[in-house]
Design a protein around this ligand. Structure first.
Ligand code: ZN
Length: 126
């Protein structure tokens, strides 16, 4: 059995596309898009995604704009979060282009470069 949702975009039923036209004769309407659940579930893992509730990003962002205050209220962030890391610096041989006095074309010149890498710190979840 397939389950369907109506697109939750607040303005979905006002967008002028052929896919929204319903009715006959003089009784035509633009109707909210009906979405088959799992339509983009390529992983077949039954996880629910926003694609199951919004026909497209425009409707998703219309919904977010309209309900932003309520959405933020679900999980307000009152403090910054932090992730422990280590910074590793290593030197390595690289090249860059430089102009010299012998040629009007840039020449590859070796130089010692520094690479900075952010490493995660082993903690409970590795
Ligand atoms: Zn929509």
């Amino acid at each position: 059995m397939s389950n369907y949702n109506w697109c939750h975009g607040p303005n979905c039923h006002t967008k002028e596309t052929q896919s929204r036209v319903r009715g006959s004769g003089d009784n035509k309407v633009l109707r909210t898009i009906k979405i088959k659940q799992g339509r983009y579930n390529w992983n077949n893992n039954n996880s629910i995604t926003y694609d199951d509730y919004f026909c497209g990003n425009h409707c998703l962002f219309d919904f977010i704009r309209l309900h932003l205050t309520s959405i933020i209220a679900i999980a307000p962030r009152r403090e910054a979060q932090e992730t422990p890391i280590k910074i590793e610096k290593e030197k390595y041989e690289s090249t860059r282009y430089e102009y010299d006095s012998y040629s009007d074309r840039p020449q590859r010149v070796p130089y010692q470069a520094t690479r900075t890498t952010i490493k995660s710190v082993d903690n409970d979840n590795g």
